[in-house]
Design a protein around this ligand. Structure first.
Ligand SMILES: [Zn+2]
Length: 77
């Protein structure tokens, strides 16, 4: 399968009917990363509990959070 799908067309569809987000990663029990099945746009939960675009900064924050969270879970077990 060719990977050169026209993302722009998907973006227009998403703008009209809305994104179809699925959880792509569970960082902690409160913070999750979402990917749109249609245009692959990524979102994450920010510190206010709202959804925001998954920027490189947020990716970094999430990986730190995940690390802390995983360690805490290991300690509980
Ligand atoms: Zn989308």
């Amino acid at each position: 399968m060719k990977k050169s799908t026209n993302q722009n067309a998907f973006k227009i569809i998403c703008d009209i009917i809305g994104h179809k987000y699925v959880v792509s990663k569970e960082v902690t029990s409160h913070v999750k990363e979402y990917t749109c099945k249609c245009c692959k746009k990524q979102l994450t939960t920010n510190s206010n509990g709202n959804l925001t675009e998954l920027t490189p900064t947020f990716k970094e924050i999430n990986s730190i959070l995940e690390d802390i969270y995983t360690r805490r879970m290991v300690r509980i077990k």
